[in-house]
Design a protein around this ligand. Sequence first.
Ligand code: ZN
Ligand code: ZN
Ligand code: ZN
Ligand code: ZN
Length: 168
Amino acid sequence: MSSRRDSTEEQKVPRKNSSRPTDATLCERLEEYVPIEEPKGGGICIFCDEYNENFTDENLISHNRTECPLWTKCRLCNKILEISTLDDNMLFDCDKYKFVKQCIICREIIDVDDYLAHITKKTCIAINDDKVRCPLCRGVIKPANEDGWNSHLLSANGCPKNSRKTKQ
Ligand SMILES: [Zn+2]
Ligand SMILES: [Zn+2]
Ligand SMILES: [Zn+2]
Ligand SMILES: [Zn+2]
């Protein structure tokens, strides 16, 4: 009986935010999906693919909170979320969304207090709607999908502002 338990516990790994990948990228992902053999007694972060023999459901959550290079803390409300969803969170979901505004030209999220100064400086560069930018370094994510995010946030020469870079 007790051996059954292990297999049900493994399924409680936090699910990836399903709203992020578009249908197209999801299909691509499924095609290249190779089942990972789950090593015994450990766990894999489904976001950054880090395997750690000490990962359990609980410390995977703390991994997301403090270490996972794909997650960060919202500077307004301190909520932990995926970096790729940070801009949207700050504009729509954040408890303190009223304190920030999105620049209509460069689409950067700016504190309301600094907004006027930002606009009048006229130094920001216009960005097309189809471009996705990193909320940390404002670099353009290429391609604008999960692969682009992963290479930007996980690779050694990726995001210059991501302090949680994977240890090499
Ligand atoms: Zn991770
Ligand atoms: Zn927030
Ligand atoms: Zn701007
Ligand atoms: Zn970046």
